[in-house]
Design a protein around this ligand. Structure first.
Ligand SMILES: Nc1ncnc2c1ncn2[C@@H]1O[C@H](COP(=O)(O)OP(=O)(O)OP(=O)(O)O)[C@@H](O)[C@H]1O
Ligand SMILES: [Mg+2]
Length: 289
């Protein structure tokens, strides 16, 4: 594939919590139709970055571009309007409602809107279709989510995001609590979503998982992006090296430095020629997969 324009780009994001500089001029790039892993040590700023990119919090400064256009994401609803959905780590499901109702949480379909009478048949029909589409097997879409297993719940949360995301889905540690089989199921769903042309941003501490499912990896350290890799060209040692500060592929100006440039100008990204990358942390094109 030829040079792709970023779908989403963050430049120089700064977010301060009191004395803590959670984001210290962070950059982030996601390209169309890829799985990009966002990794970093505890406290590196990953969740903060995701929250700013999904409209949950406002950065103190910095810019966000969607399809090359500067946007201001003032709420999760605002982000949704740009095709951005988020699967939060706690999943934000309503345990007492069934899977179909959870799928439509906040976007209920009404039979008689004025009377708030829900069209349960239609919601159920769409839910069954959405789960089938994702290869999710639920024993009963009418069962309360509380009665589902962790992996099944995860699948409901993923299905909900997939049902509404038109461009990009953030998943903040979706597999952290899952067993081997359930984890594989979620990873399969991530691949399916990607194959439908939707970009997935996966936050994970599990390096084998990152290597198995992602096309690219971006590494955050102390509130800044310190490295980017094509997954096909990297390995656990490099990823750990980047997380711990032993390795960097970035040569980026810090926050407040002049010339924040235009979006997409600071490759490496897919399709750009590798530059200034130590070792095999090269950057030519998307993974072969
Ligand atoms: N609401 C908050 N109030 C104060 N400090 C915060 C808040 N949220 C995050 N921080 C701080 O910002 C820094 C980055 O936190 P963040 O949650 O983004 O890290 P993370 O990379 O997601 O870590 P983890 O891998 O542990 O989830 C941390 O030092 C954290 O203590
Ligand atoms: Mg986090």
């Amino acid at each position: 594939m030829a040079e792709a324009e970023p779908l989403l780009e963050a430049r120089n994001l700064v977010k301060r919590y009191g004395q803590v500089l959670a984001l210290d001029g962070a950059n982030f790039t996601a390209y169309p139709g890829e799985v990009v892993a966002l990794i970093g040590d505890n406290g590196a700023g990953k969740s903060t970055l995701v929250k700013t990119l999904s409209g949950a919090i406002r950065p103190d400064s910095g810019q966000i571009f969607v399809d090359g256009k500067a946007v201001s994401l003032s709420s999760p609803l605002d982000a949704r309007r740009h095709g951005i959905e988020t699967v939060y780590q706690d999943l934000a499901l309503a345990p007492d409602l069934d899977a179909a109702a959870n799928l439509h949480l906040g976007r209920e379909i009404y039979r008689v809107r004025a009377l708030q009478i829900l069209n349960k048949t239609e919601m159920r029909r769409r839910a069954v279709a959405a789960f089938k589409d994702l290869g999710v097997n639920l024993p009963d879409v009418g069962a309360p989510v509380a009665s589902l297993s962790g992996g099944q719940r995860q699948s409901v949360a993923v299905a909900r995001a997939v049902a509404y995301a038109s461009k990009i889905i953030f998943m903040d540690e979706p597999t952290a609590a899952l067993g081997v089989v359930q984890r594989e199921r979620v990873l399969d769903n991530i691949r399916r979503v990607r194959d439908r042309g939707i970009t997935v941003v996966l936050i994970s501490h599990n390096m084998p998982e990152v290597l198995a499912v992602s096309d690219r990896v971006e590494v955050l350290r102390m509130g800044r992006r310190v490295a980017r890799f094509r997954t096909a060209d990297t390995n656990v040692e490099q990823l750990v090296g980047a997380m711990t500060g032993a390795l960097t592929t970035e040569d980026e100006p810090g926050p407040g430095s002049p010339g924040s440039g235009s979006p997409g100008s600071d490759s490496p990204g897919p399709g750009s020629p590798g530059s200034a990358s130590p070792g095999s942390a090269s950057t030519d094109g998307r993974g072969a997969a």
